[in-house]
Design a protein around this ligand. Structure first.
Ligand SMILES: NC(=O)c1ccc[n+]([C@@H]2O[C@H](COP(=O)([O-])OP(=O)(O)OC[C@H]3O[C@@H](n4cnc5c(N)ncnc54)[C@H](OP(=O)(O)O)[C@@H]3O)[C@@H](O)[C@H]2O)c1
Length: 300
């Protein structure tokens, strides 16, 4: 199989790229602004993917798949410039999808828990999506397009993704920086979520391809936490393993954060469909936090 990862320089894309390489898959990745020599430069907002990829990628007889990781992912950024984010996350993404499908490529689209309203939580794939912010609406529009026009595609709704490397951009890195600067960790009061390990996401995507899945799946950890409780666990482990800081965790109402767009409160996902289809075991947040702090100590 030939695998293309659009946005292989990003947080999730780089893990999928590495896992695919380790698994012996013939993988090609794109980057936009990152300086990564092994990736092909591609600008979603103006390039045609066919013109930047090596000719052999679409060779007849070899099945090809593409994971689309490129997106404007910041909720407030999507709201701040709706037209720009809509053009990128919806129009240009659909243009890329259509170009790839025309060449016989199966699409794997990374969507988000942001498609749900967040009032009830523990959502299953058949619960009605009613996004409360622009980012969620844009993700949902691409999902709907794929389900209608290219039903063979595979759509993964992800929750908040975390890693065990302090050098990467995710929640645990943010928390560790606050602790090291002796600043309190502020959490949205009442928020419940199911953070998921980035390497599980990478493995899950490749397992989905191996099992020839199509349609919509929650690729998410089964554990779920009140955000402030997970932050307290993180501080507790940091204080035990690195140094005693006694960092305060404070809960603040969503309305007091000054966000430009709404945040959901209960975003945890039911992953039964995906677990049954793949038998995948997800890494616990305790394992990820302990590994993260170990890497912080080692300076990795
Ligand atoms: N991270 C999460 O917690 C999370 C949760 C739910 C869903 N998701 C979804 O998962 C996907 C990947 O997220 P991520 O966190 O890995 O995002 P990310 O780290 O921000 O990566 C974004 C990727 O898009 C590329 N890119 C930026 N501008 C581009 C352009 N003009 N043309 C082509 N590519 C461009 C970036 O390339 P350069 O770095 O080279 O500029 C990078 O490779 C997104 O669809 C996101 O919505 C993520």
């Amino acid at each position: 199989m030939n695998l293309l990862i659009v946005g292989a320089s990003g947080f999730i894309g780089s893990h999928i790229f590495r896992h695919a390489q380790d698994g012996g898959i013939n993988v090609t990745g794109t980057r936009f602004s990152a300086s990564k020599q092994d990736l092909i430069t591609f600008d979603l907002s103006k390039d045609s993917i066919g013109t930047v990829l090596p000719g052999g990628f679409f060779s007849a007889g070899t099945p090809a798949c593409a994971v689309i990781c490129s997106a404007i992912t910041k909720i407030d950024l999507c709201a701040k410039d709706k037209e720009h984010s809509y053009n990128f996350n919806v129009r240009h993404t659909i243009r890329l999808i259509n170009e790839l499908v025309k060449k016989g490529v199966k699409i794997i689209f990374l969507s988000s828990e942001a498609v749900y309203e967040g009032d009830i939580g523990y959502y299953s794939e058949n619960d009605p999506p009613t996004p409360v912010n622009e980012y969620g609406r844009q993700k949902l529009e691409v999902e709907k397009y794929l389900l209608l026009h290219h039903p063979d595609s595979l759509i993964f709704r992800l929750s908040v993704i975390v890693g065990d490397s302090p050098g990467e951009p995710h929640l645990f890195t943010d928390w560790a920086k606050l602790i090291q600067r002796r600043k309190p960790i502020a959490c949205i009061k009442g928020q419940i979520f199911s953070p998921t390990f980035v390497d599980d996401v990478a493995c899950g995507i490749l397992l989905g391809l191996k099992n020839n899945l199509s349609g919509l799946y929650h690729l998410s950890n089964k554990e779920f936490f009140a955000r402030e409780e997970l932050a307290r666990q993180f501080v507790y482990l940091f204080d035990r393993r690195i140094e005693k800081t006694g960092t305060e965790v404070v809960s603040i109402a969503e309305s007091e954060f000054g966000f430009l767009d709404r945040r959901q409160l209960k975003t945890y996902l039911d992953n039964t469909l995906f677990e049954k289809a793949t038998k995948m075991r997800f890494t616990s947040m305790k394992e990820v936090m302990v590994s993260f702090l170990g890497n912080l100590i080692k300076g990795i």
